[in-house]
Design a protein around this ligand. Sequence first.
Ligand code: FES
Length: 107
Amino acid sequence: MKPKSGKYITFLPDGIDVLVSQKDQSILDVAVREGFALDHTCGGFGTCGTCRIFIRQGLEKLPPRNEIEADIAEDRGFQDFERLACQTEPMDGLVIERPSKDVRNRD
Ligand code: FES
């Protein structure tokens, strides 16, 4: 059971609630810090698309895509719920799913 304070996001398919640090600027930052395997070939600059995730809950909490993400989303035909982890703010209550080939890389 998670404490009532702090911002949490839930990672699927693991179903693990993760506390967001004040240093986390993006969902990618949270995933990397917590040891979730999530590709990020361009290093978080929004140009590769490999950090694509699915927002399963909380999409309404997110601001619109920034210009960098909007360009790649249009180019690749993303659905509204498909976002780039490196360009998406880790808002409290989000439930996100990593593509199925990803595996958690921690003990
Ligand atoms: S890490 Fe390349 S687009 Fe997000």
